[in-house]
Design a binder for this molecule. Structure first.
Ligand SMILES: [Zn+2]
Length: 328
């Protein structure tokens, strides 16, 4: 049943065993960075529990499995932040709770999935806690989070916890080559920036040409933030070749870090934009204070390049400063 899940064999075999032995828990916590397949695993688990054709396995094509894939099965409730909203509102959690006493429509279980559980307000988490403490026998909760520290300890302690690890570069490359039409060279270019996340790699791969250039520079900057000092000089050299590119990339960097700061502060993105896997991966790399200092440094650079300056030297100074900020 979990054939569609890339990696995470230890977790999927545990889940398989729990179903076979009838030792299914009432609450699970799936944690790990975005794009690793946590929600997909939750869906496959639901199929294995509810499929009428292949009990304990999930056939993947009956009406139950199809409904679960389309997220409209009456016994599988999924909530997450609504489009343009930063958090999961208490009203959404209350609605989920109000349905817990309804007997399952077709199978033996009602599965309640909270996607982005770290984005539940503390009030919303507290209102869910009581249901976790006194579960009705047919209810299963699966909380999915990319930021386990934001989940109340009282909630964590009531869940069976599974931590999803990023894929190794080799595994990620293999998966992308098998499952997409991109050639090996294109795939190789993105795997390093994808933090071991297939979801993020796909996002990077599906960008347009301009986006590809931006993604390239962002990836270089990302390496720099992770401590690759050589990037200070290689990036400065490439960016100093022409002023227009310098300006465009600088604007892009500022925009990017601004969006990251919105996410770090829990605000929605402008124009109801959804954070993509890349946003999420970067925002875990940064702290709000450092991010603000980086934005300030980029604005200073913007002010500087209006003048006839040595672009290469200015970029080097800017990147060295950013590196120092990140190192703390
Ligand atoms: Zn099925």
């Amino acid at each position: 049943m979990f054939e569609k899940i890339q990696g995470h064999q230890t977790i999927t075999s545990h889940l398989e065993k729990e179903i076979k032995t009838g030792e299914v828990s009432h609450a699970y916590l799936f944690s790990g960075i975005d794009g690793l397949g946590k929600k997909k695993t939750a869906r496959e688990f639901a199929k294995a529990l509810l499929c009428q054709d292949q009990r304990d396995k999930g056939c993947g094509h009956c009406s139950v499995c199809t409904q679960i894939d389309h997220e409209n099965h009456p016994d599988v409730k999924i909530i997450g932040p609504k489009a343009g909203e930063a958090s999961i509102k208490i009203s959404q959690v209350r609605e989920m709770i109000s349905e817990l006493s309804i007997k399952p429509y077709s199978g033996n279980w009602r599965i309640n999935i909270v996607d982005g559980a770290e984005r539940m307000t503390p009030e919303a988490q507290n209102s869910l806690l009581k249901s976790l403490e006194e579960p009705l026998c047919y209810n299963i909760f699966i909380l999915i989070t990319s930021h386990i520290q934001s989940i109340l300890p009282t909630i964590r302690s009531r869940c069976q916890s599974y931590h999803f690890q990023p894929l190794s570069l080799v595994d990620l490359e293999t998966v992308l080559c098998q499952e997409t039409d991109f050639d090996k060279n294109t795939v190789s270019e993105v795997v390093g920036a994808a933090s071991g996340s297939p979801g993020m790699a796909l996002y990077l791969l599906s960008n347009s040409e301009i986006q590809k250039e931006r993604t390239h520079f962002l990836r270089e900057l990302y390496s720099l933030l992770k401590g690759d000092e050589i990037k200070v000089f290689t990036l400065a050299e490439v960016l100093s070749k022409d002023k227009a590119t310098s300006q465009a990339i600088l604007e892009f960097f500022i925009h990017w870090f601004y969006e990251v700061s919105l996410l770090l502060e829990g605000h929605p993105l402008p124009n109801h934009g959804e954070p993509n896997p890349a946003h999420r991966a970067y925002h875990h790399l940064l702290e709000n204070e450092k991010n603000q200092a980086i934005i300030k440094t980029l604005f200073e650079m913007m002010a500087t390049i209006q003048y006839n300056v040595n672009l290469r030297l200015q970029w080097e100074k800017c990147f060295i400063k950013i590196m120092k900020i990140q190192k703390g």
